[in-house]
Design a binder for this molecule. Structure first.
Ligand code: FAD
Length: 374
């Protein structure tokens, strides 16, 4: 069996690994260089309880995503030889005033009623500072989410790609796909920007924020837009911060090498990848409010990336209406790092003709042609 994957980000890499490990002949076409778009720009937080706004399909898939990740992380490390720096120090989601506290108390309530009571702990400011002593004295309340974790997403992306290569997958850089050839054909295929065509048993569209721009699948009426996120990176010391620090004003994520990532913005700016004064200003103000003691850290770099977003904020997973062997694996919005393992798992199930372990209906591409996505 042969599969072509469009897009060499974390999603294309994860799918390539799972398929190649099951003996499928995989070729990944990447327009630029592997893993240098959203999967490079992300903060690497694996945070179902900080991302979802209530019970429903996004919380469901994020929780499954975390379980799927835990199931594969050791195997991935072994097979790839790359350590994705999976850190289990949890998240402190902090409130800096009474209004923010009310919003977070609401979050704790819905999480308890969704059965997550054992995974969310309400703390006053002093108790939060016992977990992270550098927190501002202004922090008056926090949710401790001990089972929400983090990785070094650039290394995790490399790990999937390295493991896929070892399992026999082929990755072609500088190979943009202009069209997915799906009509009037038993076997779907792709036409590259250079005009060459390639055929397979399955084609998987994992082109992130660009997935709806590839020709050939117009009848699916998929709508994906880029949501720009900026991150400002400072140089700290290793182990300076324990947990990742969240707030309604932004977040701080430590890396093992001492870098501290401050994020992020959510902007409709098309594919403009500028880092702006306003964006950096908001991020830095949020970071200073949470941990004023970090204000002396040296600036290192800043970047922006494009989260692939749908109107209903759900990923798109499953067969195209145009051809049953063209599969979408995209629109992971703010959670594509968290959802990388579960996406590889369900796409491998679909290619191999197995029933996925959960109902994919809420994430089906069909919701667009039925007009249900808005
Ligand atoms: C600032 C920021 C912070 C984030 N933080 C987190 C986080 O903490 N946790 C989390 O889980 N998620 C986070 N995300 C979201 C996460 O980064 C994305 O959901 C995820 O990276 C999407 O992966 P992808 O492989 O689909 O997309 P990408 O990494 O964008 O990869 C898509 C690839 O497809 C290629 N491509 C596009 N068109 C074509 C074509 N026609 N032919 C060939 N190749 C093509 C692109 O060049 C690209 O390499 C964040 C995102 C941003 C921007």
């Amino acid at each position: 069996m042969k599969a072509l994957i469009v897009g060499g980000g974390i999603i294309g890499g994860s799918i390539a690994w799972r398929l190649a490990a099951e003996g499928v002949a995989v070729t990944v076409f990447e327009r630029g260089r592997l893993g240098l778009e959203a999967s490079w720009a992300a903060a690497g937080i694996l945070a179902p309880q900080a991302e979802a706004e209530g019970p429903g399909p996004i919380l469901d898939i994020c929780l499954r995503g975390r379980e799927a990740f835990e199931r594969i992380v050791e195997r991935l490390r072994r097979e790839s030889g790359v350590d994705p720096e999976y850190d289990q120090a949890g998240i402190l989601y902090c409130a800096l005033d009474a209004d923010e506290q009310r919003q977070l108390e609401g979050r704790a309530r819905w999480q308890r009623s969704a059965g997550l009571g054992g995974e969310v702990e309400e703390l006053d400011g002093a108790a939060a500072r016992r977990i992270e002593p550098m927190l501002s004295q202004e922090v008056c309340y926090a949710l401790h989410l001990p089972t929400n974790r983090r990785v070094e997403n650039r290394k995790l992306t490399q790990a999937y790609i390295a493991a896929a290569l070892k399992a026999g997958a082929e990755f072609r850089e500088s190979s943009g796909v202009a069209e997915i050839i799906a009509r009037n054909s038993n076997h779907p295929g792709v036409r590259l920007d250079d005009g060459s065509t390639h055929e397979a048993d399955f084609v998987i569209n994992a082109a992130g924020a660009w997935a709806a721009r590839i020709r050939g699948l117009e009848a699916d009426r998929i709508a994906i837009r880029p949501v720009r996120g900026q991150i400002v990176c400072f140089q700290g010391r290793p182990a300076m911060l324990g947990p990742a620090i969240f707030s309604l004003r932004g977040y701080l994520v430590p890396r093992r090498d001492g870098r501290v990532l401050a994020g992020s913005t959510m902007e409709d700016a098309g594919f403009d990848r500028s880092v702006t004064m306003a964006g950096m200003g908001r991020i830095v103000a949020g970071a200073n409010a949470l941990i004023p003691a970090l204000s002396g850290l040296a600036f290192r770099e800043a970047w922006a990336g494009f989260r692939p977003a749908t109107d209903d904020k759900l990923p798109i997973l499953g067969p195209s209406t145009v051809h049953p062997h063209v599969l979408y694996a995209t629109a992971h919005f703010r959670s594509g790092i968290l959802l990388s393992a579960i996406t590889g798992e369900v796409i491998a199930d679909l290619v191999k003709g197995r029933k996925p372990s959960f109902d994919l209906t809420p994430y089906s591409p069909r919701r667009f042609s039925r007009g249900e996505s808005r």
